[in-house]
Write a protein that binds this ligand. Structure first.
Ligand code: ZN
Length: 150
């Protein structure tokens, strides 16, 4: 069930509002998701709003540079990011939603990011949702930052 939730980083400089479906919670085996311990909720760009944090956000990139691993430069928390697999969308860190009971979070989906090419092919075959041509995480992030008031 799609619901509108707010969340943010630890210090409060980064705040967002997003349409998320907790029944579609996912986890990923890639190198950075493993280290973060992030639980993933994919949301449409149109359903995501950065309420504040434009100046606090920094983006870490590696490999292809498509994914934008945004984090708060003050507290270090990764509240959301732009994934390589769907660089036209936003992934929210379910653990950063307000009033979330982390112990109740049970992923129902899995992306085998450790074997990214295979996992992406499988995901596209199963969902029929390939990223649009030219999609890049940096463009998506730019759009998010541009619409934020602070
Ligand atoms: Zn912060």
């Amino acid at each position: 069930m799609l619901e509108t939730r707010e969340g943010g980083c630890h210090c409060g400089r980064v705040r967002f509002r997003a349409g998320v479906d907790l029944e579609r919670l996912s986890h990923c085996s890639c190198s950075i998701c493993t280290k973060k311990g992030i639980l993933l909720l994919s949301t449409d760009l149109a359903d995501f709003e950065l309420l504040r944090g434009r100046s606090a956000l920094k983006a870490y990139t590696f490999g292809t540079g498509v994914a934008q691993h945004t984090f708060c430069s003050h507290c270090g928390m990764h509240a959301f990011y732009i994934p390589r697999s769907q660089p036209h969308r936003v992934t929210v860190n379910a653990r950063c939603l307000d009033d979330i009971d982390a112990a109740s979070l049970k992923p129902t989906r899995f992306f085998d990011g450790r074997h990214w090419e295979d996992a992406q092919s499988r995901r596209i075959a199963e969902t029929g949702q390939a990223p649009p041509p030219g999609a890049h995480g940096a463009k998506t992030l730019q759009a998010i930052l541009a619409q934020a008031s602070e």
